[in-house]
Design a protein around this ligand. Structure first.
Ligand SMILES: [Zn+2]
Length: 263
């Protein structure tokens, strides 16, 4: 009985993480944490449990990020470790390459840095893995006071979309991924987050869920208008609050503003 149960489940092991461990490349576990953290939260999967998360084949494995990572890191042949983008001949698809040094990723990060400067008037952040991917703040650059929430959200959106683009490029190599596509998806995802956050300003979802509100534990689901303003409306470059809470927020972040999409 116990043996049969073991055969049906797959336990993810962080030691399987990368073909590049010998080169002291970043490990999957560290790099993917910010990329999947939000999704893990939404699925109710605590990150610390993601690697030990048992996945039963046939039980909606697509719902498990651990399973996605597991599938990715268990590629069978040396060729399947190569970056799928046309500009990257014979380039190993290490996480550092996929997330940062790939020409596609570089164009997206440059656009991200220019957008950050346009929003905050700060100098552009250094395009280094420790800051952008691992959020290591020991360097000289820091997001300005009060902008940490915006920094984290935008940075994680870029990481998530880069990873998503890489996975799509692997599964559909006939459809080349352009930096503009990834940046447009970042904007779209940010606008969705803004709308969802604004819904929290106008109502308490616990009162609309149709169940007893004390069944819904966890974080406080409401947000103040001031918190929304602080998170998304800095200088009203990306977004601004409407006059009435029942109206949607005014979106200013587009493909042309404040920084055109990368080419
Ligand atoms: Zn590449």
């Amino acid at each position: 009985m116990e043996t049969a149960k073991k055969q049906r489940t797959t336990r993810i092991n962080p030691r399987w993480c990368s073909p590049n461990d010998a080169n002291k490349d970043y490990k999957v576990m560290e790099l993917l944490r910010p990329a999947v953290l939000g999704c893990c939260d939404s699925l109710g999967v605590h990150w610390s449990g993601a690697w030990s998360h048992s996945v039963r084949p046939g039980s909606r494995p697509e719902a498990s990020h651990g399973w996605r990572v597991h599938r990715h890191i268990h590629r069978g042949t040396p060729e399947s470790h190569l970056c799928p983008h046309a500009a990257c001949q014979e380039q190993l698809a290490t996480l550092s390459h996929v997330m940062l040094s790939c020409p596609v990723s570089q164009a997206v990060w440059h656009w991200f840095a220019a957008t950050w400067t346009a929003v905050t008037q700060q100098p552009a952040p250094a395009l280094h893995a420790d800051l952008l991917l691992a959020d290591d703040r020991r360097g000289p650059w820091q997001p300005a006071a009060g902008l940490d929430s915006l920094w984290q959200r935008l940075r994680l959106l870029v990481i998530t979309q880069l990873w998503d683009a890489y996975c799509r490029a692997r599964s559909r190599p006939e459809q080349p991924t352009q930096p503009a596509h990834i940046a447009a998806r970042v904007i779209s995802a940010a606008r969705i987050q803004m709308r969802r956050d604004w819904l929290l300003v106008g109502s308490d979802i616990r009162l609309r869920a149709g169940v007893l509100s004390h069944w819904l534990g966890g974080r406080q689901p409401t947000m103040t208008a001031e918190a929304f303003q602080s998170r998304w409306c800095h200088e009203e470059v990306l977004c601004s609050r409407p006059a009435e809470v029942t109206e949607p927020p005014h979106m200013h972040w587009t493909a042309a503003h404040p920084v055109p999409l990368p080419r």
